[in-house]
Ligand binder design. Structure first.
Ligand code: SIN
Length: 282
């Protein structure tokens, strides 16, 4: 029987009593989806999943997304990406050192990420935690003057703007790659449709301007908001064990990867689903 154990009051839950490699009933999927909407982050332990099984599970949480860079994927499952520090024949077998900053996936696209789902295939015994923060809880706890600077404002997201600063080790986006992710506007404070709560759509490096603020003032304000939202009371730090499945909703969370000792192998399989409609202002 499905067992849902909240991690913080209304943020994060560990789900037991389900083997995701086996067929899961529609009723159980509905309960998992309800918990996902309520808690924003779900953790499942001891799941032994092939890329195909991870993909099958993931597709219940929205249309599966094939990343615009389409690298480090399984040839028979382009929707499953590998994150890893492991090298074979001198080449990394997955994306190396991605996401070491606070962000929400695909926030720079018209249809932002819904579920990001990670499966731990090999995990270091220490370090490499994934941090996830609660953007609904943070907004609700925010001082009114900070809320007033965000509510009703439009953020202009531009993925290419700081790409080379974020990823100095990668080649710059080609014109074809950049064309796949043109700039997009989203409400800064959005309505989380499944819970009816307000949330903040934030990723500091992709927000170029907010409302009529210039780039410099936007960056200053966005960093203040990020510092508020990532205080420990809003953050869940996932300590990985082999077989963990962790999923978060990008409309109401941000996340960040953290470093680990590179003597350890880390292999994570990752899928991404998207919302079917654009974020709506709260
Ligand atoms: C990610 O940003 O999706 C990666 C998180 C991690 O590797 O811990």
């Amino acid at each position: 029987m499905l067992n849902i154990q909240p991690i913080k009051d209304e943020f994060g839950a560990e789900i037991g009593g389900v083997d995701l490699s086996q067929p899961v009933s529609a009723e159980t999927y509905q309960k998992i989806d309800d918990a996902f909407s309520r808690y924003g982050v779900l953790v499942f332990r001891d799941q032994d999943l092939t890329p195909a099984q991870l993909s099958d599970f993931s597709k219940h949480f929205g249309p599966l997304h094939v990343h615009h860079l389409a690298e480090n994927t399984y040839s028979d499952h382009p929707e499953v990406r590998v994150l890893s520090n492991v090298k074979k024949k001198g080449r990394y077998i997955g994306q190396y050192r991605g996401g070491h900053y606070w962000h929400a996936d695909l926030i720079f696209c018209e249809l932002i990420g819904r579920a990001t789902i990670l499966h731990g295939v090999e995990c270091p015994p220490e370090g490499g935690d994934t941090l996830v923060c609660d953007m609904r809880g943070a907004f609700e706890a925010m001082p009114q003057d900070m809320k007033d600077k965000l509510d009703g404002k439009v953020a202009h997201h531009d993925h290419a703007y700081r790409y080379n600063i974020l990823y100095p080790e990668r080649p710059p986006l080609t014109p074809e790659q950049a064309a796949k992710v043109p700039p997009v506007d989203h409400p800064m404070v959005c309505f989380h449709p499944q819970s009816g709560r307000k949330s903040i759509l934030l990723t500091v490096p992709t927000i170029r301007t907010l409302g009529d603020l210039n780039e410099e003032d936007t960056e200053t304000l966005m960093k203040e908001v990020e510092a508020f939202c990532t205080q420990p009371q809003f953050v869940y730090a996932h300590k990985w064990r082999k077989g963990d499945v962790v999923m978060w909703d990008n409309l109401c969370t941000m996340h960040s990867a953290t470093p680990f000792d590179e003597k350890y192998d880390r292999i994570i399989n990752r899928t991404q689903t998207v919302y079917e409609v654009r974020p709506q202002a709260a």
